[in-house]
Ligand binder design. Structure first.
Ligand code: URA
Length: 215
C-alpha cells in the first residue's frame, strides 16, 4: 500500500488550473496569502494587477520590482512610467484601456529573472487572469512573458510586433520590455524605442478594429 503522505499532496504541490477560480476576487484572495514558492518569504506585497479587468487589452510583464513590491501595483517604477507614456502617445489610457499584470506576482530578490519553479508555481494565477478576463489582445513584454505564455524561446527582436493566435480566439503580440528601452535611449528610426512605438500604433489599430471604429 502507498504511503499516505504520497497520496495526499499538500496544497503547495497541487497544480492550479484556471478552473480553480470562479471570480478574479477569489483568485486575488488566494494569491494574497500564497506560500507556494520561496518568493513569499521576501515579498512585501503580492502584486496582482492594475488597470481595468473589462479592458480589451492585457499586458503581461515579468515580475514586480522594488516599487511594485512596495506598492502592490505592477509597472509603477521607471519602466512603468515609460510604459504609461508609450501607451498615452496612442491614447491608450493606463487605467481604462488596459489590464496590466506579471508572470510572477512576488518580487524576485534583487530583481533577478524568476526561476522556472517560481513561474510554474505562479502559473495558475496568470491562467486565471487570462481565462476570467478573456482579453482579445494580449501583449507579452519581454522574454520571460513570451516564454511563459507561448512556451517558445525566440529572441524578442525576431518576433516583436507580430500577432500570434492564442486560445479563445485571442491574439498575442510580443513586445520589448520597457526596462530594455530604458537601457536603449535612442529614438532613431529602427531603434528599439522607435520599434516599440510602431508596435503600439499597431495595437491601437487593432483596438479600433475590435471596437468597430473605422480607421
Ligand atoms: N517589470 C515587470 O516586468 N513588471 C513590473 O511590474 C515592473 C517591472
Amino acid at each position: 500500500m502507498n504511503n499516505i503522505k504520497e497520496q495526499i499532496k499538500p496544497p503547495e504541490q497541487i497544480a492550479l488550473t484556471e478552473a480553480a477560480y470562479k471570480t478574479l476576487e477569489e483568485m486575488y484572495e488566494t494569491a494574497r496569502q500564497c506560500k507556494r514558492c520561496p518568493l513569499c518569504k521576501t515579498r512585501t506585497n503580492v502584486v496582482l494587477f492594475r488597470g481595468n479587468p473589462q479592458a480589451k487589452l492585457m499586458l503581461i510583464g515579468e515580475g514586480p520590482g522594488q516599487y511594485e513590491d512596495e506598492t502592490g501595483l505592477p509597472f509603477v517604477g521607471k519602466a512603468g512610467q515609460l510604459l504609461d507614456k508609450i501607451l498615452a502617445s496612442q491614447e491608450i489610457d493606463r487605467d481604462k484601456d488596459i489590464y496590466i499584470c506579471n508572470v510572477v506576482k512576488c518580487r524576485p530578490p534583487g530583481n533577478r529573472v524568476p526561476e522556472k519553479q517560481e513561474i510554474e508555481q505562479c502559473r495558475g494565477y496568470l491562467e486565471a487572469q487570462i481565462e476570467l478576463i478573456q482579453p482579445p489582445l494580449i501583449l507579452l513584454a519581454g522574454a520571460t512573458a513570451l516564454q511563459s505564455v507561448l512556451n517558445v524561446k525566440y529572441p524578442i527582436s525576431k518576433v516583436r510586433g507580430k500577432w500570434f493566435d492564442f486560445k479563445n480566439g485571442a491574439k498575442v503580440m510580443p513586445i520589448f520590455h520597457p526596462s530594455y528601452l530604458l537601457r536603449n535611449d535612442s529614438r532613431e528610426v529602427g531603434s528599439p524605442k522607435w520599434l516599440m512605438w510602431q508596435d503600439i500604433k499597431e495595437v491601437k489599430r487593432q483596438l479600433q478594429v475590435i471596437s468597430g471604429h473605422t480607421i
